[in-house]
Design a protein around this ligand. Structure first.
Ligand SMILES: *Cc1c(COP(=O)(O)O)cnc(C)c1O
Length: 416
């Protein structure tokens, strides 16, 4: 049975057509996986494909209006070499800690195009931001006097935007990050006095940041959130101490991880943003519209690769025991915010000419039943030495996993 022709009408994974397969072996960055594993020198590893990263940004640019600025939210994948590549492809980098700020600056990102969001910023991080000349997305009135003090001490402007906790949610998001009570941003209805304080302290006000949620596959919901964000920002702009230079409408573009999920349609989002660009040219003539994306830019360009060490049959169920697991790839194990565990798309890569398929569970070396990379999945029949591949692994992988748990070696990341 091939992946493209399921025998039942059970939902299937979207095809992972971005990576070719030749003779049962996955090709990543133009190289057969067994050779790549030899060149990396160890398993497990993450591999990210430059060509696919470039292609993704180009596809987005083609689908969205030219006036939309595209930012990379680097928490999705902070590997320094990858951030360096992305810095040259997008219009700005969004960081969420002093550590990420360092990586972005080291990568050569223009400080004028870096913004820093995060709900519990340290005073030291706020001072670093002023010294670096980056834009701070302020999430609490507490940040304002700290920024004013840093600005005075350093003799530099404190560039600020206010992150707004909107009075609506992004429908159908994997993770909701706005609407209702939230630790993120400042409630829209409480923003008036904060804007007045920004003016009183003489901070360099630049605009608003709205981010309603993440991992959304419904173009319609994303369009609705963008429109509501725009209209809310327009109302708030009336109370702002200076004209808006910058309006960050958020992101939330999702990628298909699970059976039955289909890729996000960009065309309606492009049309929606075109309409907003035209309105902004009249309503907010000095403002550029920004969207910030993490996983959509990098998620599909990466694979996680672990080696099968053992094959065990327990009461009829095949277990493939690998050297990789949840300590490297928490999200594929289903323990990174998922409510119900589902399999990521996966394959077994081998060059033995094996064509038989079987139901197998791919597990790791940890002493916990949570260490599950694939649960009873239909895969090529595997032997020790074969490589287990988890697709859609370019975002929220290595840096979002508890690598020290149980004391196994840390994972290696390569950019091809
Ligand atoms: C996490 C985050 C992002 C990126 O989310 P993705 O789902 O990876 O696109 C963007 N902006 C903010 C403020 C975030 O917290």
């Amino acid at each position: 049975m091939s992946e493209s022709a399921p025998v039942s009408n059970k939902p299937v994974h979207a095809p992972m057509a971005q990576f070719p397969v030749e003779g049962g072996e996955l090709i990543v960055g133009g190289q057969p996986l067994s050779r790549l594993a030899a060149r990396v020198g160890q398993t497990p590893f993450y591999a990210y494909d430059r060509g696919l990263l470039r292609q993704r940004v180009a596809q987005l640019r083609a689908a969205l209006p030219a006036a939309i600025k595209l930012h990379y939210a680097m928490k999705a994948n902070p590997m320094p070499a990858l951030v360096g590549l992305m810095a040259g492809l997008v219009d700005g980098i969004d960081v969420a800690s002093g550590g990420e700020l360092k990586v972005a600056l080291d990568a050569g990102a223009d400080p004028a195009e870096i913004s820093f969001a995060g709900p519990a910023k340290r005073d030291s991080e706020l001072r670093q931001s002023v010294a670096a000349g980056v834009l701070v997305n302020v999430e609490s009135a507490r940040e304002l006097p700290v920024l004013a003090e840093a600005s005075q001490a350093l003799g530099l402007p404190a560039r600020v935007a206010l992150r707004v906790n909107p009075d609506y949610e992004l429908k159908g998001s994997g993770m909701k990050m706005g609407g209702g009570p939230k630790q993120f941003g400042i409630d829209a209805e409480a923003l008036g006095p904060v804007l007045a304080e920004v003016g009183r302290l003489g901070l360099a006000f630049e605009g608003f940041h709205l981010f309603a949620g993440s991992q959304n596959l419904k173009a319609e919901s994303i369009c609705e959130a963008q429109l509501k964000s725009y209209e809310l920002a327009l109302r708030l702009a009336e109370q702002a101490p200076a004209p808006l230079k910058f309006l960050n409408l958020g992101g939330g573009f999702g990628i298909p991880y699970f059976p039955g999920e289909a890729p996000l349609e960009l065309a309606p989002i492009g049309a929606n943003l075109q309409a907003l660009v035209e309105r902004a040219a009249r309503d907010l003539p000095q403002a550029s519209l920004v969207i910030e994306l993490g996983r959509y830019l990098v998620g599909e360009a990466g694979v996680y690769v672990a080696r099968v060490l053992d094959r065990k049959i327990s009461r009829g169920q095949v277990y493939l025991l690998t050297d990789g697991g949840l300590h490297h790839h928490l999200s594929a194990s289903g323990n990174f915010g998922q409510v119900i565990r589902k399999n990521y798309p996966a394959m077994l890569s081998q060059n033995r000419g094996e064509t038989r398929r079987e139901s197998a569970s791919v597990v790791g070396p940890l002493c916990t039943p949570l260490d599950l990379l694939a649960d009873k999945m239909e895969l090529t029949a595997a032997e020790p030495g074969d490589l287990a591949v988890i697709f859609q692994s370019g975002a929220y992988g290595a840096s979002a996993s508890p690598q020290d748990f149980l004391g196994h070696a840390r994972v290696v990341e390569v950019l091809l």
